[in-house]
Ligand binder design. Structure first.
Ligand SMILES: NC(=O)c1ccc[n+]([C@@H]2O[C@H](COP(=O)([O-])OP(=O)(O)OC[C@H]3O[C@@H](n4cnc5c(N)ncnc54)[C@H](OP(=O)(O)O)[C@@H]3O)[C@@H](O)[C@H]2O)c1
Length: 346
């Protein structure tokens, strides 16, 4: 039976990626969408073939055709939307960053657990086949002892098209409270932190960050570079920025016996190529540009998690751990000191 979906949020990400991906995913049906404005909800529903537009959260959650919600509202709203959906018995796939505080992330995990619904995170980089190869190489010891990981994600500046009237709908991206105290850390860095955890299957124990923000004069950073220490001492070096339209967006794992590199694989769309050079494995592979493939696989995995009663590939705990890293990185950028991470019990 098809899984009935609603999207909480009718912004750019749902418009361009989530709704088209749900429509293309086998056994998925787009039932509803939530906007604060009924006209925008109806227009979204019509554009994507959803059954109903809602401007009232309770009414959406009372729709029995909806089994799961994709929470894609502004960052600070994820917690409220998730708690309400869990209480209504709906499974939740939340966009990143999961929450703007570790306490909120833990509350989301607890609410989904106590209401018996699945909680997943929108970490689509886990679904690029290159990154799955990297994870397998590491778990099978094909690169020897991993010493260093490097990842970066940059993009051009976010601008509203000048020929269109100003809507203000995207102003929250410049509001430290709505964002959770970080800009590119919350937008891009969080994906790469999760990728490091995914590939290494280890937790991050300490971080050190340098940014051009986290000050009174400039609360939100445009560029950030971060060092992460993993449980076994391995170090990861991550950079991200939003005024870098020509970044390579590579991800590299250096081991004592070899190296994995994903060239341009750190992006929402599936694209780029991979190079593995090691004592035992030498291979390259390239992927044709596919805008929605990672999202379709993410939604498919979440549906399989519901049907098979298992955790999704990126679970609520993965979201909680990534939120702990975000908070530590922001604290480190503010204080100029490295920050050790205490993992919250969940
Ligand atoms: N996984 C990924 O790769 C990826 C990529 C992009 C974004 N995201 C995440 O997806 C989420 C949504 O991003 P987006 O790009 O769709 O954002 P967006 O285009 O800025 O849209 C968010 C929508 O939220 C509503 N909104 C605006 N200001 C608000 C406020 N102050 N309070 C409550 N609602 C407000 C507006 O819709 P209405 O007024 O119509 O309700 C707006 O259209 C974010 O958490 C973002 O981090 C993830």
């Amino acid at each position: 039976m098809a899984v009935g979906w609603a999207i909480i949020g009718a912004g750019m990400h749902p418009q361009q990626k989530l709704a088209p991906a749900i429509v293309l995913t086998p056994d998925a049906e787009l039932i509803g969408v939530l906007s604060r404005d009924q006209g925008r909800a109806d227009a979204f529903a019509e554009a994507h073939g959803a059954k109903a537009g809602y401007s009232d959260l309770d009414a959406l959650l009372a729709d029995s055709r909806i089994d799961a919600v994709f929470v894609s509202s502004p960052n600070a709203a994820h917690v409220g939307h998730t708690l309400a959906a869990a209480k209504a018995g709906k499974h939740v796939l939340s966009e990143k960053p999961m929450a703007t505080s570790v306490e909120d992330a833990a509350a989301m995990v607890e609410a989904c657990k106590s209401n018996g619904v699945k909680l997943g995170l929108g970490f689509e980089l886990r679904f690029h086949p290159a990154h799955r190869v990297a994870r397998d190489l590491v778990s099978q010891d094909k690169l020897g002892r991993v010493r260093l990981l490097q990842g970066h994600w940059g993009r051009g500046e976010r601008k509203e098209p000048e020929h269109l009237p100003r809507t203000g709908l995207r102003d929250w991206w410049e509001d430290p409270e709505q964002m959770g105290g970080g800009s590119v850390i919350m937008g891009l860095g969080v994906h790469v932190f999760d990728l490091v955890r995914f590939v290494m299957q280890q937790e991050v124990t300490e971080v050190s960050a340098m940014t051009d923000g986290q000050t009174d004069a400039q609360p939100l950073e445009h560029i950030a570079t971060m060092g992460l220490r993993l449980e076994d001492g391995t170090i990861a070096n991550i950079s991200c920025g939003r005024m870098l339209p020509d970044t390579l967006n590579d991800f590299t794992v250096y081991g004592t016996d070899g190296r994995f590199t994903g060239h341009a694989t750190v992006w929402e769309a599936r694209m780029g190529d991979m190079e593995v050079v090691s004592e035992t494995v030498n291979k390259t592979e390239a992927w044709e540009y596919n805008y929605l493939a990672n999202f379709i696989d993410e939604i498919t995995d979440f549906q399989d998690a519901i049907k098979g009663d298992r955790e999704p590939a990126a679970s609520g705990i993965d979201g909680l751990r990534s939120t702990e890293i975000n908070s530590a990185v922001i604290e480190s950028a503010k204080t100029g000191r490295s920050v050790k991470i205490e993992h919250k019990k969940a």
